[in-house]
Design a protein around this ligand. Structure first.
Ligand code: GUN
Length: 276
């Protein structure tokens, strides 16, 4: 059993990005749109700002009130699309219910879409035409590669089918020749599927949902969940019990979350290098 050290890998990725940023002859800048004051989103955005500052990438936060108008957000994104000094645009999710999230995301110019959530960029990923992927999905792959976990031919279960995590992770691992079962809230006999998985990726937002009964012996367990229970942060996996059974497990906090932010920095760089 081993517990993955997210901090160490995040530091390594950040130092590599910082080196690359130094070599560029232009400044990079991330513009983030934050609607409302969701405490989790506020925290994530602060983490992104700090990460950018650590590696020498400029950062601009554009706030809208919870009750803002769709047209105003769309107009702002169009402005950012036109600004040459803005290299990457991110709309922090979730958005308030009254906004049309799909229209807002698709307003972002694909060459500034750092989250890889526009139809154009996500479509390329789904067709296997590009490795550019949403930060968390890219982070899951990075963790597996850094931990020297073989992917080709392995059985993977991804639990959760969100556009941010589950769906792109399934595409990325399929592209890396895994056999992927994409499971979700309507999946029947979930346990039967997860128990067969050599690699289990969990992103369903239910605290400690995955108990050891769901896990194959010596499996690799990647916990993407971030939940707050009684003021404490925990993942979607029952860490203490599952860690005894797993070959490798990512803790929460200190696992995937650390890597997601570093992959955002890497994605900013990739947009600039047009290596998507
Ligand atoms: N909300 C939670 N995670 C993310 C992310 O990676 N990108 C965006 N845009 N919003 C999020």
């Amino acid at each position: 059993m081993a517990v993955f050290d997210g901090k160490a890998l995040a530091m390594l990725i950040k130092s590599q990005v910082a080196e690359e940023v130094k070599k560029l002859n232009k400044k990079l800048k991330l513009a983030v749109i934050l609607v409302g004051q969701n405490p989790a989103s506020e925290l994530y955005v602060r983490n992104k700002e700090k990460a950018c500052s650590d590696v020498g990438i400029d950062f601009e936060l554009i706030r809208f009130a919870e009750i803002c108008k769709q047209a105003d957000v769309v107009k702002k994104i169009k402005e950012l699309n036109r600004k040459p000094e803005v290299s990457a645009i991110l709309v922090q999710l979730p958005l308030p219910k009254h906004l049309n999230e799909r229209e807002i995301i698709d307003t972002i110019s694909p060459d500034k879409d750092v989250d890889c959530l526009t139809q154009a960029n996500f479509g390329k990923l789904a067709l296997g035409l590009s490795d550019f992927a949403p930060c968390t999905a890219a982070g899951v792959l990075e963790i597996l590669k850094a931990s020297q976990i073989a992917i080709q031919g392995k059985r993977v279960a991804v639990v959760g089918r969100s556009a941010l995590v589950g769906l792109p992770t399934a595409h990325l691992l399929t592209k890396n020749n895994a056999t992927v079962a994409l499971c979700h809230s309507k999946t029947q006999k979930l346990k039967k599927i997860t128990k067969k998985a050599d690699i289990l990726v969990v992103a369903i937002g239910k605290p400690k949902f995955i108990t050891k009964k769901y896990v194959k012996k010596h499996a690799v367990v990647i916990d993407v969940g971030i939940n707050k229970v009684d003021g404490k942060i925990c993942g979607d996996v029952d860490f203490e019990k599952v860690k005894k059974k797993a070959h490798l497990i990512t803790p929460v906090p200190g696992g995937v979350g650390q890597i997601t932010v570093s992959m955002l920095l890497k994605n900013i760089l990739l947009l600039n290098l047009e290596k998507k």
